[in-house]
Design a binder for this molecule. Structure first.
Ligand SMILES: C[C@H](O)CC(=O)SCCNC(=O)CCNC(=O)[C@H](O)C(C)(C)COP(=O)(O)OP(=O)(O)OC[C@H]1O[C@@H](n2cnc3c(N)ncnc32)[C@H](O)[C@@H]1OP(=O)(O)O
Length: 715
C-alpha cells in the first residue's frame, strides 16, 4: 500500500489548531510509512509555538481501518516486531501525553489501530453512522496499541469485553451513549466541531482527559474481576478454536488489577505471542490471500476499464436464480427475472421475498430496505425485456441441452455487448456456448448457495471468454459484495472439484463400517458447521448423485460411488425435504440422528463389500481420510493451472465451503501438516482401500522434494 498517494499532511490554522490528515487510500491503513510520518508531524506540532492543539482526521471520508494487515504478515515471516512496537507506542504516547491535547475527527470508520489511535486522543467527534470497533480477534490476535486498556476505561469492562470478544462494530450514535464518542457532527461540520472541542480543552473549558488514566467507568477491582470471570467461563466454551479470547480477558484483567500502563505492557507481550501463532498466521494469510484475488494478471492489469452493468437478466427462479436475484437487487441492480410461466415466477418471487424477510429477522435489513430491493425486480415470462440487458445469468437445472438452447436464444435477443453467463456448477462452458455466434462473451458465474449470503463467486473462463468480460464480471461481483475468483474450465471447476472427495470419502468410510454420526461429529469438531451426512440431508440426495456421476464420468479411475444415496431414496428417505434422512427434522428442534437408518447403511456396506468386517480407526484418522483426498485433488487443480496460485484455493475453501478460516484454507492447512505425511498416509490407504486415495503426481513430487504445496508452481 506504500506509494506516492500515501501522505500525512499538517495544516496549522489561524486559531492554533494543527490539523493532521492521514491519507492512505482507499481505507487509510496505518502502514509503517504512515506511522512514521504521523509521529514526525506530531513531534513537529508539539514543538511549534503557533500550535495549541491537534485535530487528527482521515482523508476521503474515512478515519482509518487500522494497522496494515500486510505488515502483520511481514512480521509473521520475520518474527521481528520491534520496529512496529516502537513506532506505534511512541505515537500513541505522544497523542495521549504530548504537550498539546489531541482530538480525533472520525468519519466512515475507525477500526483496530485506527480506533486505538483515536482513543489515545483526549476527545473524539464522529459523524452519524460511523463504524467503530476492534476486530483484531478475527485475525487471531488482540489489539496491540492499547485498545484492551483504553476501551474498558471509556465504555466499561463489560461492554468493552463484548466488543472485543465478538469483534462487533458499534455505530457512532451508540458510541456516544457509551462514552466512546464525545460529540456527533455532520460531515460538513466535523472538522469545525473537533477544532472547537480542542480549543475548549486548551482554554480549560473542558477537562483534558487521558483515556488510559480514567477510572470513572470502572467499578471496584472485585466487581470487575467478577464480571471478567463470568465472561471467561463463557469464552472457555470456544477456547479450543479461539484461544485469543481468553488471552484478551487476561490482558484486560492485568489492567484492572495493576493499572492501565501495566496492562499496555502485557498487551504488547501477548499481541506478539499471538501474532506468531499458527492460528493468527492462518487468519492473516486468508485476509491477504483474499486481497490478492483482486489483482489478476492479464485481466486487471490489461489497461481495460470495466463497463457499467445496470440491468441484469436472470433466467430461472429456482433456488439459485432467486438467490442470485436477491444478491443483485440488494445492491440496487435492476433485474429482469424470467421463468417459464407466471406460476413458477410467483414461486420464485416469493422465495426472494422470503430471503429478504430472513435478513430482516436477522436485523440485517429493514422493511424500507426490502421495499427498495424489490423495486429493482421485474418478473417476466418471455425475452422481450432482454433487449437492453448488460448481463444475463442463466440459472436453470443442470441439463446441457436445455442450457444450449437458452444460450442460442439469448445470443439472438440480447444486445451485442451483453455478457452471457451460466450459473452452472460444473457443466463444460465451451459446450454450453457451442451454439452461439459470439463465444467471447460466454462465461461461468458460479454462485454458492444461498447465493445472497455465501461470499464466493467463481468466474469460469471458457476457451474464448474475452478479458473484458472477465473484468466486467469481477467488477459486478465486487459490487454485489462477493469475492470474485477467476478459475479455469473443468468438471466441477476449482471449488466443487477440489471438494468432490469430501462428498465421497465419508461414504467410503461408511462402507468400511465407520459410524455415520461419528463421522459427522468429527467433521463438526474439526470446525465445519455440519457434517457431510447432515449436509446431504439438507441439500437433497439428487444433486449429490448427479454430481458423483459427473465426477465418475470424468475421473472414473478415482471416483468412489457409494450406493447409499440411491438406497435412501428407495427406502422413501429424501432428507430434510420429507423430514426423513440420516437425521430426523422436526420444526423448532435441532436435527437428531435417526438410528433407524442404520440397516440401510449396513445394506450399502454389504453391497460394496470393501472389507469383511468394519475397520477400527481413530477420530484423527477419520478427519485425515476425509480431508487428505481433498488436499490431493487441490494439488491436481494447482498443477493443471485451474487457479493461478495455491492461496486462491485457500480463499475458495474458506468462502465457498466454510473450511475453518483459523486453519488458513485447505492448502495452508495441508502445509502445516506437511506434504510428506499426507502423501505417505494416502499411499497407505490407497494400498488398503483403493484408488480413491491414490496420491497425485504433484503431491508426490512436492513431498519428495520437501516443497510446500502452497509454493508457486514453476512455469
Ligand atoms: C495493532 C492493531 O491493533 C492491529 C490492527 O489494527 S489489525 C487491523 C484491524 N482492522 C481490520 O481488521 C479492518 C479490516 N477491514 C475492513 O473491515 C474493511 O476493509 C473496511 C470496513 C475497513 C472497508 O470495507 P470496504 O469499504 O468494503 O472496503 P474493502 O474492499 O474491504 O477494503 C478496501 C481495500 O483495503 C484493504 N484493507 C482494508 N483494511 C485493511 C487493513 N487493515 N490492512 C490492509 N488492507 C486493508 C482491503 O483488503 C481492500 O483491498 P483490495 O481493494 O485490494 O481488495
Amino acid at each position: 500500500m506504500a506509494g506516492e498517494a500515501h501522505r500525512v499532511t499538517m495544516e496549522v490554522r489561524a486559531d492554533g489548531i494543527a490539523v493532521i490528515t492521514l491519507s492512505s487510500p482507499p481505507v487509510n491503513v496505518l502502514h509503517l510509512q504512515a506511522l512514521t510520518e504521523l509521529t514526525r508531524k506530531y513531534n513537529e506540532s508539539m514543538k511549534r509555538d503557533d500550535v495549541k492543539a491537534v485535530v487528527l482526521i482521515g482523508a476521503g471520508g474515512k478515519f482509518s481501518s487500522g494497522l496494515d494487515i500486510n505488515l502483520l504478515q511481514d512480521i509473521q515471516r520475520t518474527g521481528d516486531d520491534s520496529f512496529l512496537a516502537e513506532i506505534s507506542h511512541d505515537l500513541i504516547n505522544l497523542v495521549e501525553d504530548g504537550k498539546k491535547p489531541s482530538v480525533a475527527a472520525i468519519q466512515g470508520y475507525a477500526l483496530g489501530g485506527g480506533l486505538e489511535l483515536a482513543m489515545g486522543c483526549c476527545a473524539r467527534v464522529a459523524t452519524p453512522g460511523t463504524k467503530l470497533g476492534l476486530p483484531e480477534l478475527t485475525l487471531g490476535v488482540i489489539p496491540g496499541l492499547g485498545g484492551t486498556q483504553r476501551l474498558p476505561r471509556l465504555v466499561g469492562v463489560s461492554k468493552a469485553a463484548e466488543m472485543l470478544l465478538t469483534s462487533k462494530l458499534v455505530m457512532s450514535e451508540e458510541g456516544k451513549s457509551l462514552g466512546l464518542i464525545d460529540a456527533i457532527a455532520s460531515p460538513e461540520e466535523l472538522l469545525e466541531v473537533a477544532c472547537d472541542l480542542a480549543l475548549d480543552i486548551v482554554g480549560s473549558r473542558r477537562p483534558r482527559l487521558s483515556s488510559l488514566s480514567r477510572t470513572d467507568k470502572l467499578g471496584s477491582t472485585q466487581q470487575e474481576m467478577d464480571i471478567l470471570e463470568g465472561i471467561r467461563q463463557k469464552a472457555k466454551e470456544t477456547a479450543h478454536t479461539m484461544p485469543q479470547k481468553l488471552a484478551c480477558l487476561d490482558v484486560i484483567e492485568e489492567g484492572i488489577t495493576s493499572g492501565g500502563r501495566s496492562g499496555v505492557l502485557k498487551e504488547k507481550e501477548v499481541f506478539k505471542e499471538l501474532m506468531l501463532s499458527t492460528a493468527a498466521k492462518a487468519l492473516v494469510h486468508v485476509f491477504c490471500a483474499q486481497r490478492a484475488t483482486s489483482q489478476v494478471r492479464g485481466v486487471t492489469d490489461a489497461g481495460l476499464k470495466p463497463r457499467p452493468i445496470e440491468k441484469v437478466g436472470v433466467i430461472g427462479a429456482g433456488l439459485m436464480g432467486s438467490g442470485i436475484t436477491t444478491a443483485l437487487i440488494l445492491s440496487n441492480i435492476h433485474v429482469i427475472l424470467k421463468e417459464l410461466n407466471s406460476e413458477y415466477l410467483q414461486r420464485g418471487i416469493k422465495k426472494i421475498e422470503a430471503n429478504l424477510q430472513g435478513l430482516v429477522t436477522k436485523g440485517k435489513l429493514d422493511e424500507n430496505g426490502v421495499k427498495k430491493a424489490l423495486s429493482f425486480l421485474r418478473g417476466v415470462s418471455d425475452y422481450s425485456e432482454f433487449k437492453d440487458v448488460d448481463l444475463v445469468i442463466e440459472a436453470v437445472i443442470e441439463d446441457l441441452s436445455l442450457k444450449q438452447s437458452i444460450f442460442e436464444e439469448i445470443d439472438k435477443v440480447c444486445p451485442p455487448h451483453c455478457i452471457l453467463a451460466s450459473g452452472t456448477s460444473g457443466i463444460d462452458l465451451n459446450q454450453i456456448g457451442q451454439r452461439t455466434s459470439s463465444q467471447d462473451r460466454i462465461v461461468g458465474a458460479h454462485f454458492f448457495s444461498p447465493a445472497y449470503i455465501m461470499p464466493l463467486l467463481e468466474i469460469v473462463r471458457a476457451e474464448k471468454t474475452s478479458t473484458q468480460v472477465l473484468l466486467d464480471l469481477m467488477t459486478i461481483g465486487k459490487a454485489i459484495k462477493k469475492v470474485p475468483l477467476i478459475v479455469g474450465n473443468c468438471t466441477g471447476f476449482a471449488v466443487n472439484r477440489t471438494f468432490s472427495p469430501y462428498f465421497q470419502g465419508p461414504y467410503l468410510l461408511a462402507d468400511l463400517g465407520v459410524d455415520i454420526f461419528r463421522i459427522d461429529r468429527v467433521i463438526c469438531s474439526f470446525g465445519l458447521s455440519m457434517g457431510p451426512f447432515q449436509l446431504h440431508d439438507v441439500t437433497g440426495y439428487g444433486l449429490a448423485i448427479a454430481f458423483a456421476r459427473e465426477m465418475a464420468g470424468t475421473f472414473p479411475d478415482r471416483t468412489f460411488q457409494s450406493p447409499l444415496h440411491e438406497l435412501m431414496l428407495q427406502h422413501g428417505r429424501h432428507g430434510k425435504s420429507n423430514g426423513k434422512g440420516y437425521y430426523t427434522f422436526e420444526k423448532g428442534s435441532k436435527p437428531k440422528p435417526d438410528y433407524t437408518v442404520l440397516p440401510i447403511v449396513e445394506e450399502s456396506r454389504r453391497t460394496t463389500n470393501l472389507v469383511e468386517k468394519p475397520i477400527c480407526i481413530s477420530d484423527q484418522e477419520i478427519m485425515e481420510m476425509i480431508f487428505f483426498p481433498v488436499v490431493n485433488e487441490g494439488c491436481r487443480i494447482i498443477e493443471e493451472g485451474v487457479i493461478a496460485q495455491a492461496s486462491e484455493l485457500d480463499v475458495a475453501s474458506v468462502l465457498g465451503m466454510n473450511f475453518p478460516s483459523r486453519l488458513g484454507g485447505i492448502i495452508f492447512w495441508a502445509d502445516t501438516i506437511g506434504a510428506k505425511y499426507i502423501y505417505t498416509s494416502l499411499n497407505k490407504w490407497s494400498a488398503l482401500y483403493g484408488p480413491f486415495f491414490r496420491p497425485s503426481r504433484f503431491l508426490e513430487e512436492r513431498a519428495m522434494k520437501g516443497i510446500p504445496l502452497g509454493a508457486p508452481v514453476e512455469a
